[in-house]
Design a protein around this ligand. Structure first.
Ligand code: AMP
Length: 599
């Protein structure tokens, strides 16, 4: 029931008193965005005044924007790597942050093939928690009654390592789920999960998924929303159900847990939850043994009001598949965040995926924006000074790269995301996520850029040398029609000695060699998370890439400037390529991956 409150806001009316406070907070932050930003910057600069980094740029304790902007350079991860390495190696002096670095968050963005290490401090957990606490109050504005049921969310922890000095290095969500903030969260009727914490916190991804699915099936009628962090995660859960429904139904029928579940904490937790229920087992068997899985989510979880998954950015490729399995349930993208910093939330979470805009919360960090000219020729802009724009000064319709200054000590750090301003909520801008810079291929959280693909290609083509064969052209495609999706690389070969051309087995090995060369997030997706399928090379007929060029030119590309696209997803081009395929090859085994970093 809506609460009649004096503090109801343009975001109201709130669903309960707690929500009223949260919405009020959003209003305050967004109304005073510029003042909040100024305060945040001053706070960050004053507490970090004695850090080696700020002293190096002779800030001399200044905390105002003008001096900050004129003294501190914009940086990338690579610029900060020496400092980060020192922290990882055990230097506890205040290098970037006056507060001790509590751990490293391992980003899905990579540098030299390894996950970037983002230093963080203890109190950042509070900031993340604060942003999380705003999500349901906003959702409750659009979807009533979420306190009458539960959410089936597939949430996972991933492997963690330690740096040479013993600091933990792990993904930000793993850090959050393992924190007391999450584990001892107070009961909130609007935010009850079917997954027990014991399942979420189990590092074995099979046992974790199995238990979460089992609990979701047992409580299927209570489930009001279904989710995972990214769209790819929810599709992985559907695939898991396809492969394991028989065993799951057996457990439900007999009230016994599969012997594959060995984790003691899960086994104990499941005792009161899992009771023999032949009726439910029959239902699951009936639905899952149907050949047609269209709308399966709504058949099994009939009260689901929406899917809570990120389908913006690279994840947009999964929208049609999710629509297929859900019968077109609304897709809610609730927040925009990264290992470096949690940025903001979607104040209209039931909007269509193509219209999703995220409002950056001015209290999370100090935000600046580098104007991004989508078609700018680099050499012509090289000499222009790069002028960063403040949060409240961005212009509707323009694109920017996000630059952040955080409490943990990142100063004017380029995140690598390109955003377009769509409007304002009060004085806080709202952004459409356009894309991440330099990402060519992505299936799950992996991000492969052009240089990585080129290197992988070169390494693999070495195997062809002894057959006097070379790759004359190549392009790639992220094939998400299968679950999990996989990379497809189109190769046009020049076989100089047809009597000694590379065999099927050699081309299969080329697939594996490419995978070995890709970054650790890709390899982890292949090996540990099973979120990416085996890489495929499709060899195309000679002359195919020339046809591709002819096609581009017929559509207006300039002959002189034509470059082979290193990634394709335009249907007529895919059709052309696929109609010229002479053979297809898959990686025969898993690439090498361990949680340990190579460097
Ligand atoms: P990570 O550092 O591995 O957590 O990845 C963070 C990155 O994921 C961001 O910088 C974005 O590129 C991407 N990302 C996070 N949230 C969203 C979102 N809501 N929509 C699109 N991309 C997102």
């Amino acid at each position: 029931m809506a609460v009649d409150s004096a503090i109801s806001s343009p975001l109201g009316p709130p669903a309960c008193k707690k929500d009223a406070k949260a919405l009020q907070f959003i209003e305050e932050m967004t109304r005073n965005a510029d003042a909040v930003q100024e305060r945040i910057l001053a706070e960050i600069l004053s507490r970090n005044a004695e850090t080696e980094y700020l002293k190096r740029f002779k800030l001399n304790g200044a905390t105002d924007r003008k001096i900050f902007k004129s003294h501190i350079p914009m940086v990338t991860y690579e610029d900060l790597q020496p400092e980060i390495q020192r922290i990882a190696n055990g230097d506890r002096s205040p290098i970037l942050s006056a507060h001790p670095i509590s751990e490293f968050l391992t980003s899905s963005g990579t540098s030299a093939g390894e996950r970037k290490l983002m230093p963080t401090i203890q109190e950042e957990l509070d900031r993340r928690q604060l942003l999380y606490s705003l999500l349901m109050p906003v959702m409750n504005l659009y979807v009533p009654g979420l306190d009458k049921g539960k959410g089936l969310y597939f949430l996972f922890v991933k492997s963690e390592t330690r740096t040479p000095s013993g600091l933990l290095a792990r993904p930000v969500l793993t850090s959050y789920y393992k924190s007391e903030h999450f584990k001892t969260r107070p009961y909130d009727p609007y935010n009850v999960y079917t997954s027990p914490d014991e399942a979420i916190l189990c590092a074995d991804s099979f046992q974790s998924m199995y238990t979460q699915m089992l609990c979701g099936l047992i409580e299927r009628k209570q489930v009001l929303r279904l989710g995972a962090v990214f769209a790819s995660g929810l599709l992985r859960a559907i695939r898991f159900l396809q492969l394991n429904w028989n065993q799951l139904a057996h457990d439900i029928r007999t009230g016994t847990l599969s012997p594959k579940i060995t984790e003691p904490a899960i086994k104990d937790r499941m005792v009161p939850i899992l009771k023999p229920n032949p009726q439910l087992a029959d239902f699951i068997t009936r639905k899952c043994s149907e050949d047609n899985w269209e709308g399966i989510l709504t058949k099994i979880w009939p009260n689901t009001k929406y899917l809570d998954v990120i389908v913006t950015g690279a994840m947009a490729q999964y929208i049609p598949t999710l629509d297929y399995y859900s019968g077109g349930l609304p897709l809610a993208c609730t927040m925009y965040a990264s290992s470096e910093c949690y940025f903001g939330l979607n104040l209209n979470p039931m909007s269509k995926p193509s219209e999703v805009s995220y409002t950056i919360m001015p209290n999370m960090a100090y935000f600046e924006f580098l104007p991004h000219e989508p078609n700018a020729n680099r050499s012509s802009t090289r000499d222009l000074p790069l002028k960063l724009v403040d949060l409240v000064d961005v212009e509707v319709g323009k694109e920017y790269e996000l630059v952040i200054t955080t409490y943990a000590g990142l100063c004017r750090y380029r995140v690598g995301d390109i955003l377009r301003v769509t409007g304002f909520h009060n004085s806080a801008p709202q952004f459409h996520f356009v894309r991440r810079k330099n990402v060519l291929l992505s299936i799950d959280s992996d991000k492969t850029d052009e240089a990585e693909l080129q290197k992988a290609m070169e390494n693999a083509s070495q195997l062809l040398k002894e057959f006097n064969t070379s790759v004359v052209e190549y392009t790639s495609y992220a094939d998400t029609k299968t679950i999990p999706g996989h990379y497809v690389i189109y190769w046009e070969l020049l076989v100089k000695d047809p009597d000694n051309s590379p065999s099927e087995e050699v081309l299969n090995r080329c697939c594996l060699e490419m995978e070995q060369s890709l970054n650790s997030v890709y390899r982890q997706g292949r090996v540990a998370d099973n979120s990416i399928g085996p890489l495929e090379i499709r060899v195309v007929k000679n002359g195919t890439f020339e046809e591709l060029m002819d096609y581009a030119i017929s559509r207006g590309a300039s002959i002189n400037q034509y470059k082979v696209p290193r990634c394709v997803n335009f249907t007529p081009i895919m059709e052309l390529l696929d109609s010229r395929v002479v053979s297809a090859h898959f990686s025969p085994s898993l690439p090498h991956w361990t949680p340990q970093r190579r460097r």
